[in-house]
Design a protein around this ligand. Structure first.
Ligand SMILES: Nc1nc2c(ncn2[C@@H]2O[C@H](COP(=O)(O)OP(=O)(O)OP(=O)(O)O)[C@@H](O)[C@H]2O)c(=O)[nH]1
Ligand SMILES: [Mg+2]
Length: 182
């Protein structure tokens, strides 16, 4: 999660020693969506179980949640269902959720098939992408799709059709010649 966020924030991959997030951290990034500045305040939660009570307090108020699993870890994928259940219970009712299978660059150690990620996402009606914090694949797209969705919600006019995050991701991936699994 931290590497994914830092790739978006700074355009660089934090390699070397792994530093587990303690409790919670956050970064701001301003992005432009159709000429309108959208400030994203992105909270980076600790994955370790012992920080759960801390992270809990934060995602409850979030407008969007990016759920990351590691495609080289079956356990991280299996945990997603529990997260989705908990989110439905505690998060904001209209929270934007996105499922992301990260570390897609490490194909030799893949333990979770792309189709399995896609089908879980379909089951819960959330958009899905595989990403890489290392190469940057789909990192910006994930955040920009969320920024777009949140901006549209904030500025929604009654007669304008609602922004469709699934369609947006699919169109952007077609443009870039990458893989759409939404
Ligand atoms: N190859 C590859 N390695 C990655 C990628 N993302 C993260 N890593 C590596 O995976 C390890 C964990 O990354 P972090 O981003 O710190 O993980 P985290 O989810 O923030 O972990 P916690 O803070 O403990 O919850 C680090 O050694 C990273 O270098 C990726 O996309 N590709
Ligand atoms: Mg971290």
């Amino acid at each position: 999660k931290t590497c994914f966020l830092l790739q978006f924030k700074d355009g660089a991959f934090l390699s070397g020693t792994f530093i587990a997030t303690v409790g919670i951290d956050f970064r701001n990034k301003v992005v432009a969506v159709d000429g309108v500045k959208v400030k994203l305040q992105i909270w980076d939660t600790a994955g370790q179980e012992r920080f759960r009570s801390v992270t809990h307090a934060y995602y409850r108020d979030a407008q969007a949640l990016l759920l990351l699993y590691d495609i080289t870890s079956k356990m991280s994928f299996d945990n997603i269902r529990a997260w989705l259940t908990e989110i439905h219970e505690y998060a904001q009712k209209d929270v934007v959720i996105m499922l992301l299978g990260n570390k897609a660059d490490v194909s030799s150690e893949r333990m979770v098939r792309t189709e399995d990620g896609a089908s879980l996402a379909r089951e819960y009606g959330v958009p899905f992408m595989e990403t890489s914090a290392k190469t940057g694949m789909n990192v910006e797209l994930a955040f920009l799709a969320i920024a777009r969705e949140l901006k549209q919600r904030a500025m929604q006019l009654p007669d304008v059709p609602r922004f469709q995050i699934h369609d947006y991701i699919e169109a952007q991936q077609k443009r870039s010649g990458c893989c759409a699994f939404v």
